[in-house]
Design a protein around this ligand. Sequence first.
Ligand SMILES: [Zn+2]
Length: 189
Amino acid sequence: MHIGQYPFEEFIEKVKSFHGSVAPGIIAGGIMVDIARKNLPDGELFDVICETGHCLPDAVQLLTPCTIGNGWLKIVNTSRYSMTFYNKYTGEGVRVYLDAEKLKGWPEISGWFFREKPKHQQNLDGIILQFKEAGDQIFGIQKVRVKPDFIIGKKKAKAPIIICPSCHEAYRSDLGTKCPACQGNGPYV
Ligand SMILES: [Zn+2]
């Protein structure tokens, strides 16, 4: 079994060095990327939406040219375990999701997915082995069309950059008369 261009075991090593640990979610994500690509026309330029910020974005970043930083990957957080590859002009695409109903024969994956045990009690090798055996069997796929508002827009890029009167750092003018941090939405105490 391969994930992307990597033999399965080599992909596990890639995950370790990229993500810092072998997270089951990235293995799931790697299988999902392959399913999505198989169901897209060859040579299509696609963008990606992940519906969770956990793990799946790292699988996309490891295996495709789409990253958060280049804007080809977005997180639209519904908390569903899903990713969508879509044509960046038409929004037509395929959505791949982990199908919880198909997990019945896969107790290790199910235990991880439903958080039945704390992390330190999970059998990581067992989970990995079941992913290798299950492959694409535990996932669903559907055709979707991404709403125009979610297609990576040029709107944001066009808003002028101005200086915040309060902190004197530059920010996007469409976010208000002060930068979001000075409006009270910054991350610092
Ligand atoms: Zn400011």
